[in-house]
Design a protein. Structure first.
Length: 253
């Protein structure tokens, strides 16, 4: 018990010595609806153990717990980003605690942050533009057809960008991108299919003048929302004059 108490005392002293340099901030500082919210901590790299961080949430309050090490000599400053999530509009609060000696919680100075997630501006047009009610980001595949798939990235503003990696007619790998699209309903997205080419990865210097992006066709993704099929979608795309239809499933891991 004496050793544990001594270690806890050293950790508290080390944490106290590091207080003057540490800072806590939210990124983004003024979050809007469903922005990925991160707590950015600039702290002593010796005192604070980034491999022992946990987060809990209750009634809009996020509590971040970080273990401390008994360091006698301060280490260099280190940035630690802690993911809080993507939140709907409303108020919230972050509280940061250090864990000393395995069970003692010490509230960190400057670690209390009140914030408010605001709604995004609504375009005053009629009828209002369609938008999804879900984030469909992820990798989508056909499990019986190995080696190809669709990688979807959907922004907090519901802009969708996707990369289709497939096999060409000669069997070589090729990829296309889906861009410049619109939501036709909460579950249907339609856009253009583009092909890109440029300097090879073995070139010592990347020459952007060799990059060419050209539209080759169209793409449509219909996300299924029937009971038991929530993780499926129907992918339709046209490359040149060749239409392709595939039923794809979100890769969960």
């Amino acid at each position: 018990m004496k050793f544990k108490a001594l270690a806890a005392g050293l950790a508290i002293l080390a944490g106290s010595a590091a207080v003057s340099a540490q800072t806590f901030a939210l990124v983004p500082a003024q979050p809007q609806t469903f922005d990925p919210l991160v707590l950015r901590m600039t702290v002593d790299s010796c005192v604070y153990d980034q491999d022992r961080i946990s987060v809990s949430a209750s009634q809009g309050v996020f509590r971040v717990f970080i273990a401390v090490n008994p360091c006698l000599v301060p280490g260099p400053l280190k940035v630690i980003d802690v993911r809080l999530g993507a939140l709907p509009a409303g108020p919230g609060r972050v509280e940061v605690f250090q864990i000393v000696g395995g069970d003692l919680l010490v509230r960190l100075e400057g670690g209390n942050i009140d914030f408010n997630v605001t709604g995004r501006p609504v375009i005053a047009v009629f009828p209002p533009p369609k938008k999804p009610n879900n984030d469909w980001s992820g990798n989508w595949v056909t499990q019986t057809e190995l080696g190809w798939g669709l990688s979807i990235q959907q922004s907090p503003t519901d802009v969708l960008f996707a990369q289709l990696f497939v096999y060409a007619v000669n069997g070589a790998p090729v990829w296309f991108t889906f861009q410049e699209g619109q939501w036709k309903s909460a579950t249907r997205w339609e856009g253009k299919l583009f092909a890109s080419s440029g300097p090879g990865f073995t070139e010592p210097v990347f020459d952007p003048r060799q990059v060419a992006i050209q539209p080759l066709g169209t793409a449509t993704i219909e996300f299924e929302q029937t009971p038991g099929n929530e993780a499926f979608a129907t992918l339709n795309y046209v490359v040149g004059n060749v239409p392709v239809t595939k039923r794809i499933r979100k890769l969960l891991f």
